[in-house]
Design a protein around this ligand. Structure first.
Ligand SMILES: NC(=O)c1ccc[n+]([C@@H]2O[C@H](COP(=O)([O-])OP(=O)(O)OC[C@H]3O[C@@H](n4cnc5c(N)ncnc54)[C@H](OP(=O)(O)O)[C@@H]3O)[C@@H](O)[C@H]2O)c1
Length: 315
């Protein structure tokens, strides 16, 4: 994967180099990153800002906005992706600045955990409000500017958009939705010259699970009385800080690549090791085998292999 990421760097267009940017600030392209104050969003914001982009960095809290404003080539924007008034205000701020908008990175996200047969509907709605309705709302609002610039939209998906885990069903449902959203949006925006991608990370360091745990504790959720009590309690006792994982630098590089490649890739899986790659690819292949199994129009093995070869050739 690191090899692929390195190759992706060779596709950078010359204007993306920081030295060129200093020489020609008027050519600087603008990108909006949602959820820019932490984890993947923060690392991506820093990389884009030092790679020649002007970054509008979405955040919700005053202290985060102030921190982001300290980075060169970054302007923080108050943006909760569940609040239409803040989205509308962000559109006005970006429009008034006169740079247009070349790229949108729908990165803001949350993770809800818990068994599906017990999950409160409001928690599932919260999961979708941020991870699915968020990208839908923000992209819709900025679409006219992205079409004007023949720009790029990239959403942070996940390998959980291919693999669905026990206790992670709500999150996986939202990330599967992001995959579907990406394909339909790509087909709809292609005629206008806008490239659409989804970047699917595996496990990287961030605050996502600390935030999840805090929300569960705030709601007084202990799993007591649940059919899954033992699993939930051991989940709550496990470390949630993700400090054992790598910084999400490769994920940020993937966003830079889809913004700068001539032909952006539709799906970019970025995982820290072969094990996560294998889990994900096997899940995708199992789905193909299950779909094909025992139905009157089933394809034989040779045809499936030919189809795979064609898919790998981009046909
Ligand atoms: N880290 C991983 O291993 C991993 C793997 C696969 C996918 N992802 C995805 O990566 C994206 C970023 O997550 P992360 O892991 O970097 O976690 P993170 O450190 O918790 O960052 C999440 C960001 O989203 C923001 N956010 C949450 N709710 C929001 C809302 N309603 N409106 C606007 N912003 C909101 C957070 O802001 P606040 O600080 O204000 O809450 C924060 O900036 C998510 O879409 C996540 O699903 C992460």
């Amino acid at each position: 994967m690191r090899h692929v990421m390195t190759l992706a760097l060779f596709t950078l267009l010359p204007w993306a180099s920081p030295s060129q940017d200093e020489a020609t600030p008027s050519a600087q392209r603008a990108v909006l990153v949602t959820g820019a104050n932490s984890g993947i969003g923060r690392t991506t914001t820093e990389l884009l800002a030092k790679s020649g982009f002007f970054v509008y960095a979405g955040a919700r809290k005053d202290e985060d906005l102030a921190e982001l404003n300290k980075i060169a080539n970054v302007q923080a924007i108050r943006l909760d992706v569940t609040k239409q008034d803040q989205i509308d205000a962000a559109v006005e701020t970006v429009r008034a600045a006169g740079r247009g908008l070349y790229g949108l990175i729908n990165n803001a996200g949350v993770a809800v955990v818990g068994p599906l047969i017990e999950l409160r509907e409001q928690d599932l709605a919260f999961q979708f409000d941020v991870n699915v309705f968020g990208p839908y709302r923000v992209t819709k609002a900025f679409a006219p500017m992205l079409i004007d610039s023949k720009g790029r939209v990239a959403t942070t998906g996940s390998i959980s958009g291919t693999v669905s885990w026990a206790m992670g069903g709500a999150y996986s449902m939202s990330k599967f939705a992001v995959e579907a959203y990406t394909d339909a949006l790509a087909a709809e925006l292609a005629p206008f010259g806008v490239g659409v991608s989804v970047v699917d990370p595996g496990s990287y360091k961030s605050e996502i699970m600390t935030n999840t745990r805090q929300r569960m504790l705030d709601a007084g959720y202990t799993g007591k009385g649940s059919r899954y009590e033992r699993q939930i309690q051991s989940m709550l006792e496990a470390p949630w800080d993700r400090s054992e994982f790598d910084e999400p630098d490769d994920v940020a590089q993937a966003f830079l690549a889809v913004l700068t490649a001539k032909e952006p890739r539709r799906r970019v899986m970025v995982v820290p090791d072969r094990e996560e790659a294998e889990i994900t690819i096997r899940a995708a292949l199992q789905r193909v085998a299950q779909l094909n199994e025992n139905q009157p129009h089933a394809f034989d093995r040779e045809t499936l292999i030919r189809m795979l070869d064609e898919a790998m050739a981009g046909e």
